[in-house]
Design a protein around this ligand. Structure first.
Ligand code: DP6
Length: 327
């Protein structure tokens, strides 16, 4: 009753921002992402008859509290599905630098879902695995697949039709992403708390939701056509719209720092100088820049020279879930 799985994080080009059911993690809109090669989590799960409770080691450290509770509550779902009352040892290695501003929960829950469901003997299809993963963290359900994936929000109240589907595989298109790490830190509003406040109080939320379907259709076509300008323009506009909803919330908030704005302006200046590059930003200050391999040098140099930028981490498209051999 043992399995090891590896999952990569993903960056949303069309953002998931808003829940219609918080307990089941059901979204208010479809979202679409690119799985990234550079950042991943590998997780080993062993179910054992003699354990009195689950245990969780992250990068060699025993975890308790909120993070442990999310893991053990997720394992309850897996035990329920398998109809087995048995606890597990969970060991995760996280190669997602938290400083890079990627949600490690995406690769974390995807790896946990894959390893735990396999270890307990469930034989899930990719869609079933994505649906299970969603209940750990929404964005994680897209990391089941490599390349481009769309999380279809679904309509049903029980969430049975809410999971990700593949749009184009890892080798479809060599699109690159630079994660720009900013040195200043700010008090964090978690994505969970931020989207809840937005749904409940922002008058701009309605406009956000209305704009999604046409953006999803257009970006999917852009991905299939490998049309960089089209994909970049839509992703950047979608990110700006998501962040605009937070300014309308009560109390209002923003994830941006001065240096966030500086990076956004530098990306726009790169474009004005003839180098195609576009940005997107999640629920934090760090900026992710989309570019094509032939412009890697100029993009990287420009980003590194911006005051307030600590580091730039590059990544290409990544693969979906893989299962690793036993150690
Ligand atoms: C801004 O997946 O972290 O990164 O479902 O509450 O765990 P929960 O939220 P989470 O939200 C991610 C929000 C986002 C956009 C995105 O990845 O689509």
């Amino acid at each position: 009753m043992k399995a090891i799985a590896k999952a990569h994080t993903n960056i949303a080009l069309i953002k998931y921002w808003g829940k219609r059911n918080e307990a089941l993690i059901l979204p208010t809109n479809n979202s679409l992402s690119l799985t990234l090669d550079g950042f991943y989590t590998s997780t080993r799960v062993v179910f054992k008859e003699d354990l009195q409770k689950d245990t969780f080691l992250l990068n060699g450290t025993r975890i308790e509290g909120e993070q442990y509770n999310r893991v053990t509550q997720f394992l309850d779902l897996v035990r329920n599905l398998a109809q087995k009352n048995i606890y597990a040892e969970v060991e995760s290695i996280n190669a997602v630098p938290t400083a890079a501003g990627f949600a490690s929960s995406a690769s974390g829950f995807a790896a946990l879902a894959a390893a735990s469901s396999k270890a307990i003997g469930l034989e899930l299809s990719d869609s079933e695995l994505s649906r299970l993963t969603r209940q750990g963290s929404g964005s994680a359900c897209r990391s089941i697949f490599g390349g481009f994936a769309e999380w279809q929000q679904g309509e049903k109240a029980d969430g049975s039709d809410s999971y990700a589907v593949p749009i184009a595989p890892q080798n479809h298109w060599d699109l690159r992403v630079a994660a720009v790490v900013l040195s200043a830190k700010m008090k964090k509003v978690s994505s969970r708390a931020g989207m809840k406040r937005t749904v409940e109080t922002s008058p701009f939320f309605k406009g956000w939701i209305e704009s999604i379907p046409s953006e999803i259709d257009a970006i999917k076509q852009g991905i299939l056509d490998r049309d960089f300008e089209k994909v970049g323009e839509i992703a950047e506009a979608n990110c700006l719209k998501m962040h605009a909803t937070t300014l309308g919330a009560n109390p209002p908030f923003t994830y941006w720092l001065d240096s966030t704005m500086s990076v956004m302006q530098s990306v726009q200046a790169l474009r004005a100088s003839g180098i195609p590059a576009y940005f997107t930003i999640d629920a934090g200050p760090n900026v992710k820049v989309l570019y094509l391999p032939e412009h890697e040098e100029e993009v990287q140099q420009t980003l590194r020279s911006i005051p307030g930028v600590d580091d730039v981490k590059l990544s290409c498209a990544g693969q979906g879930i893989t299962y690793l051999g036993d150690d």
